[in-house]
Write a protein that binds this ligand. Structure first.
Ligand SMILES: [Zn+2]
Length: 211
């Protein structure tokens, strides 16, 4: 049985930042929806000029899809679903996948390898989940599959250890991990950057750090 620490409190500035982002998302959805609705009421038959009579059901389908657009664009409500969790790291591994078409850092080079740093996390509710913490890319030509991986992938793998506590807060992309074995660093939940433990604000993005 592992000791279950309580989740560190989120700093006020981050709570406000989260609230702002949620309100902005909901507000932009409402504005776009109102705009789409008014457009349909005023110019519906001009935007979707189907021959009259028989095409009315087709027209209503188009109206419906048009009204769905604001939700697709703003991600309401899907991106507002709470995916927070807390748990304990049980395993760290790197999964190599061959991809084609050139990724971000290896654009235009054709085939490349994506290295995903995957943490197996035992959540406090007892469920086990795989969590992709970071992804790297390297050109296929420079990286035969049986050779050692590029330094950054291996380096980051060793930053996460079995038994460490991990907290994912609602509304933030990166989880908070404090290292009991390496008291020198903690992670920014806004940009994912590693910071020294004594810092109160992230040196990369300037946001407040969870203590
Ligand atoms: Zn940051």
């Amino acid at each position: 049985m592992t000791s279950k620490k309580t989740q560190p409190e989120l700093p006020d500035s981050l709570k406000k930042r989260r609230l702002r982002k949620i309100l902005l998302r909901v507000l932009s959805c409402l504005v776009l929806f109102a705009f789409a609705l008014v457009s349909i009421i005023l110019w519906g038959e001009t935007i979707f000029p189907f021959p009259t009579q028989n095409a009315s059901s087709l027209r209503y389908l188009c109206y419906f899809l048009f009204l769905l657009l604001p939700f697709l664009i703003t991600g309401v409500p899907l991106k507002l679903i709470d995916k927070s969790f807390s748990g304990t790291v049980r395993k760290t591994e790197i999964k190599d996948t061959i991809k084609y078409g050139g990724g971000g850092t290896t654009k235009g080079s054709g085939a490349y390898i994506q290295h995903d740093l995957i943490l197996t996390v035992e959540k406090d509710d007892g469920k086990v989940m795989k969590y992709t913490r970071l992804s790297f890319e390297s050109p296929l030509a420079l990286f035969p599959i049986d050779n050692p991986r590029p330094g950054n992938a291996e380096h980051h793998k060793h930053e996460f250890r079995e038994g460490e506590r991990i907290y994912k807060y609602y509304g933030f992309p990166y989880p908070y991990i404090a290292h009991p074995t390496l008291p020198d660093d903690k992670y920014c939940i806004v940009c994912g950057q590693k910071n020294e433990n004594k810092e109160s604000f992230c040196f990369s993005c300037g946001q407040e750090l969870v203590e």
